[in-house]
Design a protein around this ligand. Structure first.
Ligand code: ATP
Ligand code: MG
Length: 329
């Protein structure tokens, strides 16, 4: 298998239903690995658009996991924390001599970039989440980073971004996209189509919104604008499977000799899907629902010594608004 296919496969085992996003990003990783990345520019700049809970942030976490062995190996800048001009100093640090200079150590330093790389890869992943929320000076600052791969800090030193992939995420156009896929949004509304045609429409809505908000020189410096599509039922089911498998691994590894096997009845699956996923919020709530409806009740049973070692616990959904957990030997 080529490096490209291997990475694509690793990513698709973590990110469901957004194959086009993977296809856009992987060649840039490969270009960097081959030493053919651009000089004096970041190795890749991606703008991720689309509705909430469809996997934009997850994409960067999955890439961090694939490249560096941990989802946490990325620098994340939550742009919502930089809505005011003066807050930008948190990013780059205040110039020397300014009051409070010592307290405003920059968030983005060469060291921080180095700290999120690994033996396997020297590519640092930097995520600017929800860029539309940041103060305008953030865009100016980013412009320099995207253009020359250099960020000048308050103390006049500079950070080199050549060995980075920069991911910008935004909800720009997301409400118009939602109207496009859910014309008569409401409970029980039919699943609107996903697929090529929908994706094209959503992409053009997203790009339009981006062009209205950001200057052309900013948009021109982005290597790929990727629009995420709403997850269909199959994708949501696959995400549930992944998360249940993760819980099972957790049980096996953490509980060791007290470990047990989990069996989900189809009724339990549909209960979790119904509670944890929606066209509106995608898979955003699924983790929390699994935690509250399955992991926590299981933990209570473990605490009360109700599960003999090696037992099978069957989860089903009856009439009440919860799962019933039954131990079978
Ligand atoms: N395509 C996907 N594949 C696998 N898991 C997903 C996917 N989309 C969402 N999830 C699950 O839902 C959670 C939320 O997704 P994520 O944070 O990527 O949403 P987002 O697109 O960044 O939304 P927002 O615009 O609200 O930031 C993830 O942590 C993951 O558990
Ligand atoms: Mg996100």
């Amino acid at each position: 298998m080529s490096g490209r296919e291997e990475l694509a496969e690793q990513l698709s085992s973590r990110l469901v239903g957004q194959a086009h996003a993977i296809a856009e990003i992987v060649p840039y990783v490969q270009m960097h690995r081959a030493g053919l990345g651009p000089e004096g520019r970041p190795a890749g700049v991606f703008l991720l658009l689309g509705p909430t809970g469809t996997g934009k942030t997850r994409t960067v976490e999955a890439l961090a996991d694939a490249l560096h062995g941990s989802e946490k190996n990325l620098v994340r800048v939550d742009c919502g924390e930089f809505q005011m001009e003066h807050e930008i100093a948190k990013l780059i640090g205040a110039p020397p001599g300014y009051l409070g200079h010592r307290e405003t150590l920059p968030m983005l330093t060469q060291q921080k970039l180095g700290a999120v790389t690994s033996e396997g890869s020297n590519l640092a992943l930097v995520l600017f989440d929800e860029i539309e929320k940041a103060a305008p000076s953030m865009t100016r600052l980013l412009l320099g980073v995207l253009d020359k791969a250099v960020l000048r800090l308050g103390d006049n030193t500079s950070v080199n971004f050549e060995r980075t992939h920069i991911f910008l995420t935004s909800n720009l156009g997301a409400s118009a996209m939602r109207k496009e896929v859910l014309p008569d949004f409401g409970f029980g509304s039919a699943m609107a189509g996903t697929g090529e045609g929908t994706l094209r429409k959503l992409s053009s809505i997203g790009l339009g919104a981006v062009k209205r908000k950001f200057a052309p020189e900013f948009v021109n410096r982005i290597d790929a604008v990727v629009t995420y599509q709403p997850l269909d039922e199959d994708a949501l089911e696959a995400i549930l499977d992944h998360q249940i498998a993760a819980l099972e691994r957790h049980i096996a590894q953490r509980l060791e000799e007290r470990a047990f096997t989990l069996e989900l009845d189809p009724s339990a699956r549909s209960f979790l899907l119904e509670k944890g996923t929606s066209r509106e919020y995608g898979a955003r709530e699924l983790k929390r629902i699994i935690l509250r409806r399955l992991t926590q009740p299981l933990a209570a049973m473990v605490e009360a010594n109700l599960i003999p070692s090696g037992a099978v616990v069957q989860a089903a959904h009856g009439d009440a608004d919860k799962l019933t957990l039954r131990v079978v030997d």
